[in-house]
Design a protein around this ligand. Sequence first.
Ligand code: SF4
Ligand code: SF4
Ligand code: FES
Length: 320
Amino acid sequence: MVKVTIDDVQIEVEPGTTILNAARQIGGDVVPPAMCFYSKLPGTGGKCRTCLVEVAAGSEKDPRPMPKLMASCSTQVMDGMIVKNKTSERVQEGRGGVVEFLLINHPLDCPVCDQAGECNLQDLGFQHGGAKTRYEEERRTYDPIDIGNKIKLHMNRCILCYRCVHVANQLTDSRVHGVLNRGEHAEISTYIENAIENDFSGNMIDVCPVGALTDKTFRFKSRVWFLKPMDVSCECTKCSGKAVAWMFGDEIYRVTARKDKYGEVEDQDGKTGWICNDCRFEKKDPAKWSIEGPRKINRHSVISQGHYQSPRGNSQKKIN
Ligand code: SF4
Ligand code: SF4
Ligand code: FES
């Protein structure tokens, strides 16, 4: 085991653990944000730079600080390493720069974007974003395109995190996907269209950290904070059948996989709980599910706003 100190909290972790995963073992606000790393998708990380941290001492043997901020999702811990995240001004400033960069071409779509209320970029913009843009050039724009008959791609909102490419990579036998072009012209496009026939392609929507890939069966139907997320399950022959139904009264508006506090799909029965397209897109009839109960949502999340216990002890606030 190796010892690492992150924001003055010491922890022992397995050799080879990344700084981000060590921080996740500590938990709380020492955990850096991560827009491209996804623990359930091998090979992700190293693209977005939101997880930058300061390494104040490289190791016990060589305690020199690392000169540049390091991507915590792809930097392994060393014995005696000292890392600063929330306690480092350089990190806060650097993260502000990364957010500014991510927002250069990002549209102000939040009022009409399906991801609003559960968007990592919104959270980052709120925490680190500037009030004004310094960018004077025109934003790059694309028309939304259909990726299969159930998924819509809004390339304008894409931050090129490559998560969806990794999902497609795990779903297809041959290389039919990827990022087209480079630099400012880089885009996720028709490459992934070819992966769409797969029964699990809808999981791209769940891994997308922004509102670039959206569920066409849910588009513009409701804001997520007006819905009640319920744990539901069904006997499915393709997937675990364990999902979250987002309900408005007795109607199911959308179905997603069950996600953890980092927005990643939870394990079900020892395997990543990806859900199949039938469960996601076709089962909107509550009779097809057995409802286990309300999903636990962080009380600070906007999704909880209609579901909290009032101080007077009244039961759940009615929102529909
Ligand atoms: S992806 Fe997030 S930040 Fe971008 S428009 Fe949608 S909700 Fe807003
Ligand atoms: S579409 Fe979403 S998941 Fe795919 S690269 Fe863009 S932001 Fe990432
Ligand atoms: S999460 Fe580390 S670079 Fe994106």
